[in-house]
Design a protein around this ligand. Sequence first.
Ligand code: SF4
Ligand code: SF4
Ligand code: SF4
Length: 246
Amino acid sequence: MATVQTDRREFVKYSTLGILGLALGGGIVFSPYTLRAENRLRPPGAVDEKKFLALCIKCGQCLQVCPYHSIKLSDMAKGHGLGTPYIDADERACYACKAVPCVLACPSGALDHHCEKPEDIHMGIAVLEFPDTCLAISKTVVPKGYNDHMLAYNDSVTNITQLEIDLAEKFSKFEGEQCTLCADMCPIPNPISAIAMIPDSKGGKRPEIYDGCIGCGACQEVCPTTVASIVVKPRVTYEEYYASKN
Ligand code: SF4
Ligand code: SF4
Ligand code: SF4
Protein backbone atom coordinates (compact mmCIF):
# COMPACT_ATOMS: atom_id res chain seq x y z
CA MET A 1 0.00 0.00 0.00
CA ALA A 2 2.99 2.25 -0.51
CA THR A 3 0.97 4.28 -2.95
CA VAL A 4 -1.83 5.23 -0.60
CA GLN A 5 -0.71 8.74 0.22
CA THR A 6 1.13 9.29 -3.06
CA ASP A 7 -2.15 8.61 -4.77
CA ARG A 8 -3.81 11.25 -2.63
CA ARG A 9 -1.19 13.87 -3.35
CA GLU A 10 -1.22 13.04 -7.05
CA PHE A 11 -5.01 13.18 -7.03
CA VAL A 12 -4.97 16.62 -5.45
CA LYS A 13 -2.16 17.87 -7.68
CA TYR A 14 -3.66 16.56 -10.90
CA SER A 15 -7.18 17.58 -10.07
CA THR A 16 -5.87 21.13 -9.52
CA LEU A 17 -3.93 21.04 -12.77
CA GLY A 18 -6.87 19.46 -14.53
CA ILE A 19 -9.20 22.20 -13.40
CA LEU A 20 -6.67 24.84 -14.39
CA GLY A 21 -6.15 23.18 -17.77
CA LEU A 22 -9.85 22.90 -18.42
CA ALA A 23 -10.38 26.50 -17.43
CA LEU A 24 -7.54 27.83 -19.53
CA GLY A 25 -8.38 25.57 -22.47
CA GLY A 26 -11.94 26.76 -22.32
CA GLY A 27 -10.84 30.37 -22.25
CA ILE A 28 -12.09 30.89 -18.71
CA VAL A 29 -10.36 33.74 -16.94
CA PHE A 30 -10.21 33.59 -13.15
CA SER A 31 -11.67 36.72 -11.70
CA PRO A 32 -10.41 37.91 -8.32
CA TYR A 33 -13.78 36.79 -6.96
CA THR A 34 -13.27 33.22 -8.20
CA LEU A 35 -9.83 33.08 -6.67
CA ARG A 36 -11.00 34.56 -3.42
CA ALA A 37 -13.62 31.88 -3.01
CA GLU A 38 -11.19 29.14 -1.90
CA ASN A 39 -10.97 28.85 1.86
CA ARG A 40 -7.69 27.50 3.11
CA LEU A 41 -5.99 26.65 6.35
CA ARG A 42 -4.02 29.59 7.61
CA PRO A 43 -1.31 29.32 10.28
CA PRO A 44 -2.34 29.51 13.94
CA GLY A 45 -3.59 32.88 15.14
CA ALA A 46 -4.56 34.08 11.67
CA VAL A 47 -7.04 36.93 11.95
CA ASP A 48 -10.18 37.14 9.83
CA GLU A 49 -9.31 36.34 6.19
CA LYS A 50 -9.95 39.81 4.79
CA LYS A 51 -7.89 41.43 7.53
CA PHE A 52 -5.26 38.72 7.20
CA LEU A 53 -4.78 39.47 3.50
CA ALA A 54 -4.46 43.17 4.29
CA LEU A 55 -2.01 42.73 7.16
CA CYS A 56 0.28 39.93 5.99
CA ILE A 57 3.49 41.38 4.52
CA LYS A 58 4.52 38.00 3.03
CA CYS A 59 7.83 38.02 4.86
CA GLY A 60 7.83 34.26 5.48
CA GLN A 61 8.96 34.62 9.11
CA CYS A 62 6.29 32.19 10.29
CA LEU A 63 7.41 29.41 8.00
CA GLN A 64 11.07 29.91 8.82
CA VAL A 65 10.50 29.11 12.50
CA CYS A 66 8.07 26.22 12.02
CA PRO A 67 9.86 23.06 13.20
CA TYR A 68 7.51 20.80 11.23
CA HIS A 69 7.80 22.60 7.88
CA SER A 70 4.03 22.95 7.96
CA ILE A 71 3.70 26.40 6.43
CA LYS A 72 4.02 27.21 2.73
CA LEU A 73 3.67 30.42 0.74
CA SER A 74 0.99 30.37 -1.90
CA ASP A 75 1.87 30.61 -5.57
CA MET A 76 -0.28 31.40 -8.59
CA ALA A 77 -1.70 27.87 -8.77
CA LYS A 78 -3.09 28.30 -5.27
CA GLY A 79 -5.20 31.24 -6.27
CA HIS A 80 -5.70 34.31 -4.17
CA GLY A 81 -3.35 35.82 -1.64
CA LEU A 82 -0.16 35.27 -3.63
CA GLY A 83 2.79 34.92 -1.25
CA THR A 84 0.67 34.49 1.86
CA PRO A 85 1.25 31.55 4.22
CA TYR A 86 -1.07 28.55 4.31
CA ILE A 87 -1.06 24.95 5.44
CA ASP A 88 -1.87 21.99 3.20
CA ALA A 89 -2.90 19.29 5.66
CA ASP A 90 -2.66 16.56 3.02
CA GLU A 91 1.08 17.18 2.95
CA ARG A 92 2.00 18.47 6.41
CA ALA A 93 -0.37 19.64 9.09
CA CYS A 94 0.32 21.96 12.00
CA TYR A 95 1.43 20.07 15.12
CA ALA A 96 0.47 22.73 17.61
CA CYS A 97 3.82 23.66 19.16
CA LYS A 98 3.70 24.58 22.82
CA ALA A 99 4.68 28.25 22.43
CA VAL A 100 3.22 28.65 18.90
CA PRO A 101 6.47 30.08 17.46
CA CYS A 102 4.93 30.97 14.09
CA VAL A 103 2.69 33.50 15.84
CA LEU A 104 5.56 34.89 17.88
CA ALA A 105 7.57 35.41 14.68
CA CYS A 106 4.86 37.32 12.86
CA PRO A 107 5.75 41.04 12.81
CA SER A 108 2.58 42.37 11.20
CA GLY A 109 -0.38 41.31 13.34
CA ALA A 110 -1.67 38.98 10.63
CA LEU A 111 -1.12 36.22 13.21
CA ASP A 112 -2.64 37.46 16.46
CA HIS A 113 -0.19 37.34 19.38
CA HIS A 114 -3.03 36.49 21.76
CA CYS A 115 -2.67 32.98 20.37
CA GLU A 116 -0.09 31.83 22.91
CA LYS A 117 -0.67 28.10 23.36
CA PRO A 118 -2.19 25.17 21.46
CA GLU A 119 -5.63 25.59 23.02
CA ASP A 120 -5.78 29.15 21.65
CA ILE A 121 -5.47 27.90 18.08
CA HIS A 122 -8.68 27.92 16.01
CA MET A 123 -7.80 27.13 12.42
CA GLY A 124 -10.94 25.20 11.56
CA ILE A 125 -12.73 22.02 12.52
CA ALA A 126 -12.21 18.35 11.70
CA VAL A 127 -15.05 16.53 9.99
CA LEU A 128 -15.41 12.82 9.14
CA GLU A 129 -16.17 13.72 5.56
CA PHE A 130 -16.10 10.22 4.07
CA PRO A 131 -17.27 7.70 6.70
CA ASP A 132 -17.68 5.05 4.00
CA THR A 133 -13.92 4.89 3.49
CA CYS A 134 -12.90 5.10 7.17
CA LEU A 135 -10.86 2.00 8.05
CA ALA A 136 -12.07 1.97 11.65
CA ILE A 137 -15.71 1.79 10.61
CA SER A 138 -15.05 -1.00 8.12
CA LYS A 139 -12.79 -2.76 10.65
CA THR A 140 -9.85 -2.78 8.22
CA VAL A 141 -6.37 -2.77 9.69
CA VAL A 142 -3.79 -0.09 8.94
CA PRO A 143 -2.03 -1.21 5.74
CA LYS A 144 1.68 -1.67 5.14
CA GLY A 145 3.31 1.48 3.75
CA TYR A 146 0.71 3.82 5.26
CA ASN A 147 3.53 6.00 6.64
CA ASP A 148 5.54 6.30 3.42
CA HIS A 149 4.24 9.78 2.68
CA MET A 150 5.44 11.15 6.01
CA LEU A 151 8.89 9.65 5.54
CA ALA A 152 8.98 11.07 2.00
CA TYR A 153 7.98 14.51 3.24
CA ASN A 154 10.69 14.41 5.90
CA ASP A 155 13.18 13.33 3.26
CA SER A 156 12.19 16.26 1.08
CA VAL A 157 13.07 18.93 3.64
CA THR A 158 16.63 20.14 3.78
CA ASN A 159 16.85 20.77 7.51
CA ILE A 160 14.81 18.03 9.17
CA THR A 161 14.23 18.63 12.88
CA GLN A 162 14.17 16.24 15.82
CA LEU A 163 10.45 16.93 16.20
CA GLU A 164 9.85 15.68 12.66
CA ILE A 165 11.93 12.57 13.33
CA ASP A 166 9.98 11.92 16.56
CA LEU A 167 6.68 12.45 14.78
CA ALA A 168 7.57 9.93 12.05
CA GLU A 169 8.68 7.44 14.69
CA LYS A 170 5.43 7.75 16.63
CA PHE A 171 3.49 7.39 13.38
CA SER A 172 5.34 4.24 12.34
CA LYS A 173 3.90 1.95 14.99
CA PHE A 174 0.37 1.32 13.74
CA GLU A 175 0.74 -1.17 10.88
CA GLY A 176 -1.69 -4.08 11.24
CA GLU A 177 -3.62 -2.38 14.08
CA GLN A 178 -7.24 -1.29 13.95
CA CYS A 179 -7.10 2.28 12.73
CA THR A 180 -7.17 4.93 15.44
CA LEU A 181 -4.58 7.14 13.78
CA CYS A 182 -6.59 10.33 13.70
CA ALA A 183 -7.27 10.15 17.44
CA ASP A 184 -3.85 8.88 18.45
CA MET A 185 -1.88 11.43 16.42
CA CYS A 186 -3.98 14.45 17.47
CA PRO A 187 -1.36 16.81 18.91
CA ILE A 188 -3.31 18.97 21.28
CA PRO A 189 -2.44 18.55 24.96
CA ASN A 190 -5.81 16.99 25.78
CA PRO A 191 -6.74 15.16 22.59
CA ILE A 192 -9.82 13.51 24.09
CA SER A 193 -11.43 16.92 24.22
CA ALA A 194 -10.91 17.08 20.44
CA ILE A 195 -11.40 13.58 19.09
CA ALA A 196 -12.11 10.09 20.38
CA MET A 197 -12.84 6.68 18.90
CA ILE A 198 -16.33 5.61 19.87
CA PRO A 199 -18.18 2.33 19.21
CA ASP A 200 -19.99 2.27 15.90
CA SER A 201 -23.41 0.71 15.37
CA LYS A 202 -21.86 -1.88 12.99
CA GLY A 203 -19.43 -3.23 15.60
CA GLY A 204 -16.46 -1.10 14.54
CA LYS A 205 -15.34 2.25 15.86
CA ARG A 206 -15.57 5.72 14.45
CA PRO A 207 -13.84 9.00 15.25
CA GLU A 208 -16.01 11.57 16.96
CA ILE A 209 -14.95 15.21 17.02
CA TYR A 210 -15.49 17.56 19.94
CA ASP A 211 -15.20 21.26 20.58
CA GLY A 212 -11.57 20.99 21.74
CA CYS A 213 -10.55 20.43 18.11
CA ILE A 214 -8.30 23.25 16.92
CA GLY A 215 -8.38 22.39 13.22
CA CYS A 216 -4.66 21.68 12.98
CA GLY A 217 -5.18 19.06 10.26
CA ALA A 218 -2.98 16.35 11.82
CA CYS A 219 -5.82 13.84 11.58
CA GLN A 220 -6.16 14.63 7.88
CA GLU A 221 -2.44 14.20 7.26
CA VAL A 222 -2.20 10.84 9.02
CA CYS A 223 -5.44 9.31 7.76
CA PRO A 224 -4.25 6.40 5.60
CA THR A 225 -7.11 6.30 3.10
CA THR A 226 -6.45 7.38 -0.50
CA VAL A 227 -8.42 10.55 -0.05
CA ALA A 228 -8.42 11.37 3.67
CA SER A 229 -11.65 10.22 5.32
CA ILE A 230 -11.31 12.96 7.90
CA VAL A 231 -10.64 16.50 6.74
CA VAL A 232 -10.43 19.94 8.25
CA LYS A 233 -12.86 22.62 7.23
CA PRO A 234 -10.85 25.84 7.41
CA ARG A 235 -12.10 28.94 9.17
CA VAL A 236 -15.17 27.26 10.68
CA THR A 237 -15.86 26.77 14.40
CA TYR A 238 -17.20 23.61 16.01
CA GLU A 239 -20.43 25.41 16.81
CA GLU A 240 -20.86 26.74 13.30
CA TYR A 241 -20.32 23.36 11.72
CA TYR A 242 -21.78 20.82 14.12
CA ALA A 243 -24.54 22.85 15.74
CA SER A 244 -26.23 23.05 12.37
CA LYS A 245 -26.12 19.23 12.06
CA ASN A 246 -27.83 18.54 15.42
S1 SF4 B 1 2.20 25.88 15.81
FE1 SF4 B 1 4.18 24.95 15.34
S2 SF4 B 1 3.71 23.34 13.83
FE2 SF4 B 1 1.95 24.71 13.88
S3 SF4 B 1 2.34 26.14 12.20
FE3 SF4 B 1 3.07 27.10 14.11
S4 SF4 B 1 5.25 26.61 14.23
FE4 SF4 B 1 4.32 25.21 12.70
S1 SF4 C 1 -9.18 16.34 15.82
FE1 SF4 C 1 -7.82 16.62 14.06
S2 SF4 C 1 -7.90 18.80 13.52
FE2 SF4 C 1 -8.83 18.53 15.54
S3 SF4 C 1 -7.16 18.99 16.97
FE3 SF4 C 1 -7.17 16.78 16.66
S4 SF4 C 1 -5.80 16.35 14.96
FE4 SF4 C 1 -6.22 18.57 14.97
S1 SF4 D 1 -7.37 7.91 10.53
FE1 SF4 D 1 -9.40 8.10 11.48
S2 SF4 D 1 -10.75 8.73 9.82
FE2 SF4 D 1 -8.89 7.93 8.88
S3 SF4 D 1 -9.34 5.76 8.48
FE3 SF4 D 1 -8.33 5.88 10.48
S4 SF4 D 1 -10.00 6.00 11.98
FE4 SF4 D 1 -10.88 6.49 9.95
